[in-house]
Design a protein. Structure first.
Length: 142
């Protein structure tokens, strides 16, 4: 019987090389575990998953959480989760670099779209006996 160590060793690192500013940068999908760490740091992002009872859009929540949250997501996607120095560096990148990194991160993290990705959280919540519904449909309609 395999152990968890065998599973970890056998799981390939997903991702791709993305050309950003003339350099090849490795970008990977952000895992649910990484996203949970980010939500712990930036609690307003929780509203993307379960709402807060208001009519805020996804953009409203991201703006409220701030550029630091976006930098934290990109740090995870580029192999430096939780590295505050990398996050500060990402925040200082030119917009075109940020857009390229963010586009690759979204494409890799949410290949089934935003609803499919956040649906994973809804299924976990239901499995845990929680009744919260994800706000994805309402946010996409805005």
């Amino acid at each position: 019987m395999a152990t968890i160590h065998d599973l970890i060793a056998a799981t390939p690192a997903a991702g791709e090389s993305v050309s950003v500013g003339g350099l090849e940068v490795s970008v990977r999908p952000v895992s649910m575990m990484q996203l949970l760490h980010i939500v712990r740091r930036f609690p307003r992002l929780k509203d993307l998953l379960f709402g807060d009872g208001s009519e805020q859009t996804v953009l409203d929540v991201v703006i409220d959480a701030g550029p630091e949250a976006v930098a934290a997501v990109l740090a995870c996607a580029t192999g430096a989760p939780g590295d505050r120095d990398v996050e500060r560096g990402i925040a200082a990148l030119p917009d075109e670099h940020l857009i390229e990194l963010l586009a690759a991160t979204i494409r890799l993290t949410m290949p089934g779209g935003i609803e499919g990705f956040f649906g994973k959280f809804a299924r976990l919540a239901q499995a845990a006996g929680l009744s919260a519904e994800p706000r994805v449909a309402a946010a996409e309609a805005s």
